[in-house]
Design a protein. Structure first.
Length: 132
């Protein structure tokens, strides 16, 4: 089954020491929990957010996955260009069957996905802004 039950987004490792972590995961009772953590740069004030959110909150991300076929391709090909000392972004999709599908920006992907990282990021921020 390709049904999405959770998503995790992380971006960290840049020269300034900042990070951005967002995930929406079901807890042991099946309720969706949004965890958000942001640090603009090393020494800045950290922003944290943990909240139960609506069960339909993943609908936008499910639509992105459906329209970009991101869950159909599990393998990327290593990029020929590696940027050292730059942030690395990772997205992990949690599926109802217990499997996960992960992508990071050190890989090239099937072109019909569009900019998967930006689309998922925008949707997670939209959910954050609605529920904060």
């Amino acid at each position: 089954a390709w049904d999405l039950v959770g998503v995790s987004y992380s971006c960290s490792g840049g020269m300034e020491g900042g990070y951005h972590f967002m995930d929406i995961l079901p807890d042991e009772t099946g309720k969706l929990i949004y965890n958000y953590s942001y640090l603009a740069y090393n020494g800045a004030e950290e922003e944290n957010f943990v909240k139960e959110i609506d069960e339909n909150a993943l609908d936008g991300i499910k639509e992105i996955c459906k329209n970009t076929t991101c869950l159909l391709y599990r393998e990327g090909k290593p990029s020929e260009i590696q940027i050292l000392d730059a942030p690395v972004t990772n997205i992990t999709f949690m599926l109802i069957d217990g499997n996960t599908v992960s992508y990071n920006n050190n890989y090239e992907y099937i072109p019909d996905r569009g900019d998967l990282f930006a689309m998922v990021y925008d949707e997670l921020i939209k959910i954050y802004e609605q529920d904060s």
